[in-house]
Structure formats: C-alpha cells, structure tokens
Design a protein around this ligand. Structure first.
Ligand code: TXA
Ligand code: MG
Length: 337
C-alpha cells in the first residue's frame, strides 16, 4: 500500500514530515515534490535503500541518481574538492534547479553514482523537500518519481499512477512549479559542461563563472550517463514539429487520423472536426510548456492515440530545456535535421 499525504507546500505539517523521515531512516522509499518534478527518495548513504529506487522504477543500474541536500554543510557528507567556482554557483542558485556533478565521497552508496567517481548534488527549492531532508538527517538520493522511460511526474497522481503499490509514501504538495528537471552541470572538467539543459540556462551560468560549455551534439549527449537512455516517452509515437505553420500541423494530423486516434499539443489552435482528434493548447512561453508538457503527454496517452503531434517552441534560453525534453520524447522530428 502506498500512503498519499497531502501537505501545505509552504508550511508542511511536521507530524507528516516526521513519519516520512522515519521511512527514509528505515531504508524505504518516499516520493516528494521539488520545484522541478516529483522525486523518489531514499537514504543516499544506504546501499540497500538505494537499490529499492532502481527496482521500483525499473531503472537501468548504469544511470546514476541525484543526491539532494538541505544546506551547504550537508554537501560535505557526499562531495569533496568543492571548487571556488562551484561555491559561487551554490551561492547564486541554491536552493534551486541546478545540479552539480562533483567528486564523490566514498561513504555515498556506490549504486547512487553507478560506479562513477563523481556524485550529482542539488538543494531543491521546496519546503516539503527541504523539511524531509532535514528531518531524515541524511542526504536523499532521488531520481524523478516516474516509471523508467515515462514522462517525469509533476503531480502526486502521476507518481501514484506509475509507482502505486511499489513505494511506501507519497507527499502530495500539489503541482510542481517549474515542471521539467534541473540543469545538470559537470564541475569536474574545466570549463564546466552542461550535461542536461534546464531552468538555469547557459547564459545564467556564464554570468557567474565565465565559460560554460554545452554538450554539443545529440550524439555526444547520448554518451553521457543517463541521457542515452530512452526518456520522457508516452506509449504513443511522438512527432515533434520543430517549426511549422498551423497548415503543416493540420496536414500531419489529418494524415495520421487515417490510421486511428491522434493527439496534439501546441501553442497554435488546431481545430479538426474528428472525434478521434484530441488537442491540448498551451501558452507559447517556455514556462507554459515546462509547466504543462509532461501532464499533457500523460493525459493524451490515457486516450490511446497511436500518434501524438507536438508543436515546438523557440530554442532560446529556457526554451532550450523544453526542446531538449521534446526531442528526447520524439521518435520523429519535422523537418528532419
Ligand atoms: O530536477 C531534477 O533534477 C529531478 C528532481 C527530483 O530533483 N531529478 C531528476 O533525476 O531529474 P533523474 O534521475 O531523473 O535524472 C538525473 C540525471 C540523469 O541524466 C543522470 O544521468 C545525471 O543526472 N547524473 C546523475 N549523477 C551523475 C553523475 N555522477 N555524473 C553525470 N551525470 C549524472
Ligand atoms: Mg528522470
């Protein structure tokens, strides 16, 4: 049985936090909200607890996890050699959606880092998450709380749909603020390299530390751990229209309607008079897409379309993170690059 406990996201009830923390200290699993997406947490220093995360998610063992801390001191339990540059980033962006890859301390459960000498760490900006870590008195390893390969969860219901019965507790803090996962920045190289784009953009990082590189090609991204695994995919085939007019989108949707139900997510209104056409319209700002894209994919998928057509947005700034996730979800890009 999975207990779901509703909490005030600003002032979570201490009694519930204590119960969740005792589950973590016991070596079991608790899902909790962060400002990005829901995480599936376990004591990062306990090998058998971390093993349960991989099992519950069906996650490949070679995909390392992010460890969450509630203050700067706790970082010293898991990482060493924190550079001046890293300290500046921590000052500026923590708590917040920036994950730093650092030199790992041997006390961290080995499976957290999938055998790598590094550890990925972040301090989330969410009172429930921070209180849970504080009350657990240990860093918490937590990947996104979805079944491996599915879109990340932005509500407690998404977590329950994927992992109900497999985990002990879900702390329900409502819909997450940002909606897509943190920026992952590798600090073990000079200059630092963005392994996964997120809400903290390359420009924002450059402003603080000077040069920051981005893993350039999709191919290179596939070579970094985790990013080569299939991600964010609903059951339906996803076709991403990177840029195209409403007319082109309509043609593509109509073509696929010949073979069954079709879903559409976009910022332009596309009206097709067909009971098998399901459409979800979003605002065209990156924050609108980030906030709603995963739940839109899940909602459409529940209607069993064979294809979901997604209209892209501008690839600049925060839009880069959104487009990164959409490209990974898609099995087809239009126009082909
Ligand atoms: O916003 C987020 O980051 C959410 C919330 C729950 O904090 N977490 C999340 O975790 O998205 P996950 O496991 O779904 O993604 C972790 C990413 C993967 O791409 C993984 O390969 C990378 O971080 N990662 C973890 N440890 C790493 C390491 N030592 N070196 C390089 N990449 C690492
Ligand atoms: Mg994930």
């Amino acid at each position: 049985m999975t207990q779901v406990i509703q909490l005030d996201s600003e002032q979570p009830a201490q009694e519930a936090i204590e119960r969740a923390a005792s589950i973590i200290r016991n070596g079991d699993l608790v899902a909790f909200p962060t400002e990005t997406v829901y995480g599936l947490g376990a004591n990062a220093m306990n090998e058998s607890a971390v093993g349960k995360i991989f099992k519950a998610k069906g996650r490949p063992a070679d995909n390392p996890l992010i460890v969450h801390v509630c203050n700067r001191e706790m970082l010293d339990i898991i990482a060493s050699g924190v550079s001046k540059t890293a300290e500046r980033l921590i000052q500026k962006f923590w708590p917040g959606p920036l994950t730093l890859v650092l030199e790992r301390k041997p006390e961290v459960a080995r499976s957290v880092s999938a055998g790598l000498p590094t550890v990925a760490a972040r301090m989330p900006r969410n009172a429930i998450a921070l209180e849970l870590i504080r009350a657990s008195r240990t860093p918490i390893a937590a990947p996104s709380a979805n079944a491996s390969g599915k879109p990340s969860p932005t509500t407690a219901t998404h977590v329950l749909d994927d992992l109900g019965g497999r985990i002990d507790m879900i702390l329900d803090g409502g819909v997450t603020n940002i909606g897509i996962e943190s920026t992952v920045l590798d600090m073990t190289t000079d200059p630092p390299v963005i392994l996964r784009p997120g809400w903290v953009t390359q420009d924002m990082l450059t402003e603080v530390v000077g040069i920051v590189e981005r893993t350039a090609s999709a191919e290179e991204l596939r070579r970094s751990p985790g990013t080569r695994h299939r991600h964010y995919t609903p059951h339906a085939r996803v076709i991403l229209i990177e840029h195209g007019s409403t007319e082109i989108i309509e043609v593509v949707c109509r073509e696929h309607l010949k073979d069954g139900a079709v879903g559409f997510i976009g910022h332009n209104q596309v009206t097709i008079d067909d009971v098998l056409f399901y459409s979800i319209q979003l605002g065209n700002r990156p924050e609108d897409y980030a906030h709603s894209i995963y739940s839109a994919l899940r909602e459409l998928d529940s209607r069993n379309p064979h294809v979901i057509v997604v209209e892209g947005i501008n690839d600049d700034d925060e839009g880069a993170a959104v487009m990164d996730r959409l490209r990974r979800a898609a099995s087809e890009l239009m126009p082909r690059s």
